[in-house]
Design a binder for this molecule. Structure first.
Ligand SMILES: [Zn+2]
Length: 335
């Protein structure tokens, strides 16, 4: 071996925090051609065993050991390109977020004019919003871990103009290629919340396995919304009775007009699980609705020109406009 691979690996490992590792080998071309499958496997095993044992011995006092299932760091000894490749297992941090602002989206919203390259429309930012829930939550974590990038996986998302209150929305923040992985998540949480102050808050941060991403992407929990409804006519007792009768009803919703440009025109059926209504003045209501996942709540109020049936607007026989929408519960918790 021309290179001192042991030294190379130790050098790369110096910059990293990890407790489990694995070695992989790419054979040089002539060796790869000359040997049969069994021979290649034997050659790789020999290199891995030799280096692995040496590393385990050197790293014993650091508590590092080889792990064949899900190592935190994979060192690939590439004898073909004569270089070491280091691949780091991402960190997955689970928690719930609250959003108090009606002006920030959950994650990056690429500029629709330039698609993220940066242009006059977005002021060169490539994005429509400078701040995002993801961005605020990720900043201290990126700094603490030295990760290359982040990805937000959440259980659905609220509209930009909707707040996320109550118990918050479950999410997993994936940190790619973290150099450090021993985190004081209580401290991180406090720092995110100090910086996020009036805009966002995160709770219950903890490390989870990669498999949790699939879990939270697959769940379809019930959601509870709180909102105000402005009506074009005075609300009658009969109207209030009709609204209350919507509890338990199955909504038929064609894809809302406001999202038709980016989604297929389909019909979905979602049940209103709970509904509470309070008249707050002659022409205004406050609604609290719990529905199956995926209901379009604004359209349930407006009726979306007959595309959502039934609706508050149809029940009252007048124009109804939602405002001050808050999501107050997402009924899911990762076990
Ligand atoms: Zn742009």
């Amino acid at each position: 071996m021309a290179k001192d691979w042991l030294k190379e690996i130790e050098k790369a490992a110096k910059k990293l925090e990890f407790s489990t590792f694995l070695l992989a080998v790419v054979l040089p071309l002539e060796m790869d051609r000359k040997l049969d499958e069994q021979g290649r496997a034997a050659a790789k095993t020999q290199i891995k065993r030799e280096l692995g044992m040496a590393l385990e011995k050197k790293w014993k006092k650091l508590g590092r050991r080889a792990d064949f299932s899900e190592p935190e760091v994979l060192f690939t000894i590439d004898l073909y390109r004569n270089k070491l490749a280091v691949s780091i297992l991402p960190l997955f941090i689970y928690g719930r977020y609250l959003k108090f602002s009606r002006e920030i989206p959950q994650s990056k919203w690429p500029c629709k004019k330039c698609g993220g390259m940066g242009c006059g429309h977005c002021g060169g930012k490539g994005a429509m919003y400078k701040e995002t829930v993801e961005g605020i939550a990720a900043a201290p974590l990126l700094k603490a871990t030295g990760a290359a990038s982040t990805k937000m996986h959440a259980v659905g998302r609220e509209d930009i103009d909707a707040r996320m209150l109550g118990s918050g929305r479950p999410f997993i923040l994936e940190l790619a290629s973290p150099k450090r992985r021993r985190l004081d998540l209580k401290k991180m949480e406090a720092e995110i919340n100090r910086k996020g102050s009036e805009k966002i808050e995160v709770r219950g941060l903890r490390l989870v396995e990669k498999a949790a991403v699939q879990t939270i992407k697959a769940v379809q929990p019930a959601k509870t919304y709180h909102l105000r409804v402005q009506c074009s006519r005075a609300i009658t007792k009969e109207g209030m009775r009709k609204i209350r009768a919507l509890a338990g009803r199955l909504l038929k919703q064609k894809t809302p007009e406001r999202v038709l440009h980016r989604r297929a025109d389909l019909e979905r059926k979602r049940r209103i699980l709970k509904l509470a209504v309070k008249q707050i003045d002659k022409k205004a209501l406050e609604l609290t609705i719990t529905s199956e996942a995926g209901m379009y709540v604004k359209e349930f109020v407006t009726g979306d020109n007959g595309r959502t049936v039934p609706s508050i607007s149809a029940a009252l026989g007048c124009k109804c406009t939602p405002s001050e929408l808050d999501v107050t519960d997402v009924d899911f918790e990762l076990g």
